[in-house]
Design a protein around this ligand. Structure first.
Ligand code: SAM
Length: 259
């Protein structure tokens, strides 16, 4: 997929974006030796949280985006974390991992039935696979993306660009992992982020969900696309009495121990 990530825009809501990752890390009872990899590490702040949690481990952050990796390298140059460019769909660990971790990345790839068991294959017996994926196909902000993509003069140009789809159901993740893992813990959490600002859901999404579309449009179309989406999403998320906006993000978590 062709997308362009801007680490500074992405980090505007750093604390909110990191919260599910920290919630997932808190559930991992890592008790076998071996390295840790954070696949789709982005700007590296979650990778640093993994290193802080297990300081004696070798930790590596892997991401497709050179801009994200540069940000991570610069920000955490003293951390001892290694950074590598790689695609989660084909990346292969040099040695078996104690923990394969991935937060808010797998929705960018489609073939979970192939990717997820491959990730489990890289883990030592007793090690852990831990990932979190947003579940937002029915959310107001995704409906606004679909409306903007399909109703503008760019509709044909964007027809084949990636469009968010919900991940598989918990039962399907369970069946996918059960041959290699036990126990398997799956849960879904609704986060109601309380955001300040004039159009905060737009500010959040422009750094993530809009990147695939903006990256293929020319500058004029980008501006008009942004204006159209900004208007739709502002109307879809009315403000509370105190001027704040509640932004619902539903997320599925999977934590599985390799047999
Ligand atoms: C929403 S950000 C999440 C970043 C980080 N995991 C976090 O929790 O803050 C998604 C990241 O996934 C990366 N990404 C998207 N597709 C990828 C792929 N196929 N392989 C590796 N990284 C990918 C993007 O470059 C981006 O940095």
């Amino acid at each position: 997929m062709n997308n362009t990530w801007n680490p500074d825009v992405y980090l505007r809501y750093e604390a909110y974006r990191a919260r599910p990752a920290l919630d997932l890390i808190a559930q991992i009872p890592l008790d076998v030796d071996g390295p840790i990899v954070d696949l789709g590490c982005g700007p590296g702040n979650v990778t640093k949280a993994l290193k802080d949690q297990w300081p004696d481990r070798d930790v590596m952050g892997v991401d497709l985006s050179p801009d994200m990796l540069n940000k991570a390298r610069n920000e955490f140059s003293e951390s001892g974390i290694k950074w590598q460019k790689g695609d989660i769909t084909i990346w292969q660990a040099d040695s078996p991992q104690a923990l394969v971790f991935s937060n808010a990345v797998l929705h960018w790839v489609t073939d979970h039935a192939a990717v997820v068991p491959r990730l489990a294959d890289m883990i030592v017996p007793g090690g852990w696979l831990a990932f979190q994926i947003p579940v937002t196909e029915q959310s107001a902000y995704q409906k606004c993306i679909r409306a903007t993509v399909t109703s503008g003069r760019w509709a044909d140009q964007l027809a084949d660009v990636w469009m968010y789809k919900d991940p598989m159901e918990p039962e399907d993740f369970y069946d996918l992992l059960a041959p290699a893992c036990d126990p398997i813990d799956i849960w879904v959490t609704d986060y109601h982020h309380v955001l300040g600002g004039d159009n905060p859901v737009f500010d959040w999404i422009v750094g993530t969900g809009l990147t695939p579309y903006l990256s293929v449009l020319n500058e004029t179309d980008q501006q008009d696309f942004i204006a159209d989406y900004s208007k739709r999403v502002a109307a879809a998320y009315p403000k509370q009495a105190d001027g704040k906006t509640l932004f619902l993000m539903k997320r599925i978590f999977v934590l599985a121990r390799k047999r």
